[in-house]
Design a protein around this ligand. Sequence first.
Ligand SMILES: [Zn+2]
Length: 156
Amino acid sequence: MNTTRSQQITGPQTEIADTDIIFECPHCAKSMAIDRRGGGLMISCPDCGTRIRVPEPEPLELAPESTVNELIASTDPHVRNLAQSLDHSREKVQQLMARLEEARKRRGALEKLRISDAGRLGKISEEIAVIQSSIDRIAGLLQDAMADHADDGSEW
Ligand SMILES: [Zn+2]
């Protein structure tokens, strides 16, 4: 095909783009391509010099909706799985935080009791040690859970 891209509007560029208007000179049938912005302009045929009005461009083709939906469908399960596992982790962390808060309150209550009943000091101290270790364990689990998501940019 002997198509020449018009240089009257686009300058030295000679590549024919997908969006170019392709048309023929009505006088000599010379095939030409012009940038779509040139639609409706008057130009001179490069071969015969006839003044030609450039036809208006076809509307630009957009990706069919079905293609976009297929793309979403293929991406969505992976995204959904990630979101679910993140939600699960958040739930777990919230549960652990609730337990931690509960354990702290219990420790506080026992410490008050210790002050008022010195006779039971030994037993209460043991109980406090058990609660403290469980707080430490929960705090450790929380740190692990947060470290798992520390590098994925999530907000907690
Ligand atoms: Zn011509």
